[in-house]
Design a protein around this ligand. Structure first.
Ligand code: NAP
Length: 581
């Protein structure tokens, strides 16, 4: 940390104050060529290294950030992690709303880098609740003694690259500044929560909470008049949980989602022992599947099966735990409209069977997108909640919310009185967490401006013009089962840093050509995927955020094994090979 009297302080004070972020030197000494996707500069100013506060700064102490710290320590680097929260866990720290839990099998979600960790941890449910996951990540932080290099309650507000020192100046929310050779973002893809733009939100006199920013002490819903806005995966989990105790619940729905049963269950000791014994196979299976889950698509096309075979197949998936019905469905379900329509009809009929009031059932059936084209919320008796006499569904397309009042919510039809309002209104996903930080590269270029029309990255890791900035789980990277994919991302990032540091190299950057090719490739790959045609967080749409109204291709959609093959080839070629030869 920069403190008066250190060599760094003397060096930086040679700069006029206020100059650090205001007057960046021109983007001199940019090496790289059309043939190279990543430009790694020759040793030049390594003498500055000792004057920098850290070799690497990592933003975020969630699943990716914790492992990133561990890996960089193994390389012998001086690392500091800055974390806005008071504890570790990222998503699993913040999202402590009632009912928060995994949708991926617990035993596929843990880190795999430590056999000892795998051996010693017991998951209690196939889809663990948030407190258990938070406990797990705290256990990891303790086991690997990570906390001593994490500064909590500290948000990174700005990061500006300096060409003269080939380093990042990083400004913190508490007014502090640090410098580091490498800046690594581990800021997650769903970490910038958004509130709806409804007039009067601040005037409400009851309690109100966004699900992402849930109070640690919890909220007592017993007997209360509760509103929830939103019907995404978070809302679904919250609704089915709080419906057990509320006095009255009103669900404000704009777009219904296609939900399917989670089919969760406890894990007995014997079962956990069996899982432990099968870890090598489980992890190998996750490596093979496109999303790094245990589920992979059925090779058959929908129409290859007879109507009876299709129904039997879907019934089996509907009764099975987890994402099988989404990730393990017919191979053409997410590319062929007719196939998708059949799968959608199957789920629609399930909703009709489960919801008693046919008018309510029809309102809960999505009309503007097919099954699986948005992220499928997994549920436990979600649809049955709407059979409760104390639960009401309000379609805000019919009666729009006009304002939040002191006592409740005013729609075009009437005012609803509430004690508690829950905002399950989602996130400015994937690039939103980057937009919140004033990140500037060579010549003072703002990352937010570079990405104004969508992300442009090389492998989802680098951005041209932003040397020594490395993103874990960045836009246009291979995403999926979070820990599985984050582990790979961290290892790849650590590999390239190791490559540079062991050679005394001080500047790593993607070339514009490399970024252009990767971006074009990802965009081309995403064509024809029904998921990329509909607005959702997966296509970067958030109607509450200016400039994020149109679906874009935000994720690499070639499957994680193919993504790894690209990245592995680049590493094997000494980081000098085009990804898309
Ligand atoms: P989301 O899917 O983006 O849902 C936000 C909801 O709020 C949508 O229903 C949206 O409606 C609604 N909304 C936003 N602004 C509104 C407004 N002004 N008026 C009315 N409705 C409004 O966000 P999320 O539910 O938090 O889930 C995001 C992702 O987090 C999930 O898809 C999943 O990947 C992850 N997640 C994971 C787990 C897990 O692993 N178990 C659990 C929860 C979430 P529109 O659709 O009309 O915009």
């Amino acid at each position: 940390m920069r403190t008066a009297g250190t060599a760094y302080a003397r060096w930086i004070q040679a700069e006029p104050r206020g100059n650090i972020f205001a007057k960046l030197p021109p983007g001199a000494d940019q090496r790289g060529s059309i043939e190279m996707s990543i430009a790694i500069a020759a040793p030049g100013n390594g003498e500055v290294s000792g004057l920098l506060d850290f070799d690497a700064v990592v933003i975020g102490a969630g699943v990716a950030g914790l492992y990133q710290l561990h890996k960089l320590r193994e390389l012998g680097l001086r690392v500091r992690v800055f974390e806005a929260a008071s504890g570790v866990g990222g998503t699993w720290y913040w999202n402590r709303y009632p009912g928060a839990r995994f949708d991926s099998e617990s035993w596929t979600y843990g880190y795999s880098f430590s056999k000892e960790l795998l051996e010693e941890w017991n998951w209690s449910e196939h889809f663990a609740p948030q407190p258990e996951t938070e406990r797990y990540l705290n256990h990891v932080a303790d086991k690997f003694d990570l906390r001593r290099d994490i500064q909590f309650d500290t948000r990174v507000v700005a990061a500006h690259y300096r060409e003269d020192t080939r380093s990042w100046d990083i400004a913190l929310g508490d007014g502090g500044h640090v410098s580091a050779r490498f800046l690594i973002t581990a800021i997650g893809i769903l970490s910038a929560p958004t509130m709806p733009n409804i007039p009067g939100i601040g005037t409400f006199e009851g309690r109100s909470h966004h699900t992402h920013d849930w109070p640690k002490e919890g909220v007592d819903f017993a007997g209360k008049r509760v509103a929830i806005i939103g019907t995404g995966a978070t809302a679904v989990q919250t609704i089915q949980e709080i419906a057990k105790s509320v006095g009255h619940l009103t669900v404000f729905q704009r777009t219904p989602n296609w939900c399917a049963p989670l089919n969760n269950g406890k894990i007995s000791k014997d079962e956990m022992d069996g899982i432990r014994a099968r870890y090598p196979d489980i992890l190998a299976l996750c490596r093979e599947t496109p999303g790094c889950y245990i589920h992979s698509t059925d090779p058959r096309a929908t129409m290859d099966a007879t109507p009876e075979e299709r129904i039997a197949f879907w019934e089996k998936l509907y009764a099975s735990p987890g994402f099988g019905i989404w990730q393990g469905n017919f191979s053409d379900m997410l590319t062929d409209r007719a196939a998708n329509a059949l799968a959608s009809e199957f789920i629609a009929n399930k909703i009709r069977q489960r919801v008693h009031d046919p008018v309510v059932a029809e309102k809960l059936i999505p009309r503007n997108h097919g099954f699986g084209t948005r992220r499928v919320p997994l549920e436990t008796r979600y649809y049955e909640v709407f059979n409760q006499p104390n639960v009401e569904l309000v379609d805000v397309n019919e009666t729009p919310i006009e304002s939040v009042t002191r006592g409740g919510i005013q729609t075009s039809a009437r005012e609803y009185p509430f004690d508690i309002i829950v905002y399950a209104t989602g996130f400015d996903a994937i690039s939103g967490a980057f937009d919140r930080i004033d990140i500037r590269g060579t010549g003072g270029t703002r990352l937010k401006d570079v990405w104004a029309n969508g992300p442009q990255t090389y492998l989802g890791v680098f951005v041209a013009g932003f040397p020594n900035l490395l993103m874990t789980m960045g836009p246009h990277a291979g995403l999926g089962n979070y820990t599985r994919t984050a582990e790979y991302s961290v290892e790849w990032v650590s590999g390239v840093i190791h490559h540079a540091t062991e050679r005394g190299l001080t500047r790593i950057e993607a070339t514009p050509a490399g970024v252009g090719e990767w971006t074009d490739y990802v965009l081309a790959l995403g064509q024809g995927q029904l998921m990329n045609e509909i607005g959702s967080w997966m296509t970067g749409v958030n109607r509450n955020v200016e400039g994020k109204q149109v679906p874009r291709i935000m994720r690499y959609s070639g499957g994680h094994p193919a993504y790894r093959a690209h990245c592995d080839a680049i590493a094997a070629a000494g980081y000098r090979q085009l990804a898309l030869a």
